[in-house]
Design a protein around this ligand. Structure first.
Ligand code: DCP
Ligand code: MG
Length: 356
């Protein structure tokens, strides 16, 4: 196909505003206008899942320890998450999306990509579709969302973040180059904290800086994903909106050379597995909320123990912390063990650059 024949796609990224916290404010009017933190209690080792915009003014953000959040804003109201409610609302917004297209790719409970190039209502302007989506979401749920509209996933996703809350941002092909040039490197798709640091150390702070780096050099520094960066900084991102995210879990297991009952040795093996999981998860930009430990005893009897936490994790230390708790719930040590495994499920992911 000739480049010119390629139809310009119309992609929308929708993301609810301060999702869990907004739900709590909606359901309890006393919380409206106040700093609300959803997550672990302040005197626990828990973390902030999210917080209301009023709380963000104090510097509080997702993944911050609740104890730190309390220090920053002692008058904040701490609330435990109610996943069943969030899941129900997530279903409601998905129904709205499907009124327009079946090309809906949910990234988490509160965000999704939609390809509305062809849509069920025959609306020619994607911006119009986005406007309707936000309005319907508000009418049906009483909650606000933000949307980004562009010709690929990368730009649509970045755009949805630009005018939060209740914002609608459109990046046309004409505006793309300038927009990308000014974009801080941390906002690029797939650039997490670690990559951001590395980019900074290479003198790459913005899209304009990134565009100056030759492809080979990016591949040298970042591996396969370097090619992806080279393309997206030029506004090229052909990834399709894929309706289902199929991967449900990630796990690793090891059959030991010989059966063991030394707890320290088990922890050592689990730590190695957690580190290798972390590497994989980081690369794919995946996090998970359910950690599962698998133990097979010397007599081939196999058991699993799981824990689901409010805050998705991807780092080895956290995975290991929970694996150790789960190990206590088994007879490992009392009974000799021949296999150990760790799994992560309830996955959350932005559409990974590794999928292109
Ligand atoms: N979440 C979580 N832990 C995180 C990040 C998010 O448990 N580290 C949960 C709580 C959020 C929801 O997922 O409400 C959606 O995440 P977002 O990143 O979209 O954050 P919010 O919707 O809360 O805020 P924003 O308005 O910035 O999108
Ligand atoms: Mg959100």
């Amino acid at each position: 196909m000739n480049e010119d024949d390629k139809k310009i796609r119309k992609i929308i990224h929708v993301d609810m505003d301060a999702f869990y916290a907004s739900v709590e404010q909606r359901d309890n009017p006393e919380l409206k206008g106040k700093p609300v933190i959803v997550g672990g209690p302040p005197n626990s080792r828990g973390v902030v899942a999210t917080c209301s915009y009023e709380a963000r003014k104090y510097g509080i953000h997702s993944a911050m320890p609740s104890s730190t959040a309390y220090r920053l804003c002692p008058q904040a109201i701490f609330i435990r998450p109610r996943f069943d409610v969030y899941e129900k609302i997530s279903g409601q917004i998905r129904e709205i999306f499907h009124e327009y297209t079946d090309l809906v790719e949910p990234l988490s409970l509160d965000e999704a990509f939609l390809d509305v190039t062809e849509n069920k209502k025959g609306i020619p302007l994607a911006t119009e579709v986005a406007r309707e989506l936000l309005k319907k979401i508000y009418q049906k749920t009483g909650l606000t969302a933000s949307a980004g509209v562009s010709f690929n996933k990368f730009l649509a996703k970045v755009a949805s973040d630009v005018n939060k809350p209740h914002g609608l941002t459109v990046i046309t092909p004409k505006k793309a180059a300038q927009f990308i040039d000014l974009l801080p490197i941390g906002k690029f798709y797939g650039v997490g904290k670690v990559t951001e640091k590395k980019m900074h150390s290479l003198g790459i702070k913005t899209g304009a800086d990134l565009r100056k780096v030759p492809e080979e050099e990016l591949i040298e520094h970042f591996g396969k994903v370097g090619r992806f960066y080279y393309q997206i900084v030029r506004g090229i991102d052909d990834r399709e909106v894929t309706p289902h995210y199929t991967r449900k879990s990630i796990s690793q297991e090891i059959t030991l050379d010989k059966d063991i009952n030394d707890r320290r040795q088990m922890e050592h093996i689990l730590e190695n597995m957690a580190r290798s999981l972390e590497e994989y998860l980081e690369e794919k930009h995946i996090k998970g909320r359910t950690i599962t430990l698998k133990v097979k005893y010397y007599n081939f009897k196999s058991i699993t123990r799981s824990i689901t936490i409010p805050e998705p994790v991807n780092n080895a230390a956290m995975i290991m912390k929970y694996a150790a708790v789960l190990l206590d719930k088994t007879d490992a040590g009392k009974i000799k063990v021949r296999l150990l495994g760790i799994g992560l499920s309830n996955l959350q992911t932005p559409a990974s650059p590794a999928n292109i």
